[in-house]
Design a protein around this ligand. Structure first.
Ligand code: CA2
Length: 148
């Protein structure tokens, strides 16, 4: 069975606990359950990881490279949180590993503060989904399956 990694960055462990008007009422555990169920429906193995540390996120992207090369992995659905707007390291990890990444944001970052309008990841992402809430992760998994 082919695999997909759902990767969440800093502070996304707080989902559902604060700011429900911005990020909805789903907890991270709810989102991860939804992703695993989506994987079952589509016949792919979904694994989930959240980290508040930029280097761990870089290593998680690297870890998918070999699977993409041998055809056992489809890519990563990635909400990099605030690192989206700051991280050249994550840009380089995606570009250098050649891992297909669907960039996901729960909120519509373009309707928010101007510092959220720029993404270092978008130029190297295989696709971008913003503002559709937790459903964005489902659409990201579906997109990786469809493009395979
Ligand atoms: O909309 C998104 O998914 C974001 O990636 C979420 C990030 C934010 O920095 C991006 O600009 C857009 C923030 C994730 C933090 O999530 C929290 C959830 C509940 C309470 C506090 C933070």
């Amino acid at each position: 069975m082919k695999s997909i990694l759902v990767l969440n960055g800093p502070n996304l462990n707080l989902l559902g606990i604060r700011e429900p008007e911005q990020y909805g009422s789903h907890t991270l555990a709810d989102v991860e359950t939804l992703c695993r169920e989506t994987g079952k429906r589509l016949g792919v193995e979904v694994s989930c990881l959240q980290s508040n540390h930029e280097g761990e996120l870089v290593e998680a992207i690297h870890s998918v490279r070999q699977g993409v090369l041998d055809g056992s992995a489809l890519g990563v659905v990635f909400n990099a949180g605030a690192y989206t707007h700051t991280s050249i390291a994550l840009h380089d990890a995606i570009k250098g590993s050649e891992v297909p990444v669907i960039e996901v944001h729960i909120s519509n970052v373009h309707a928010r503060e101007s510092f959220r309008h720029h993404s270092y990841l978008s130029p190297v992402a295989a696709g971008i989904i913003v503002g559709l809430g937790a459903e964005g992760y489902v659409l990201g998994i579906e997109a990786l399956v469809r493009r395979s």
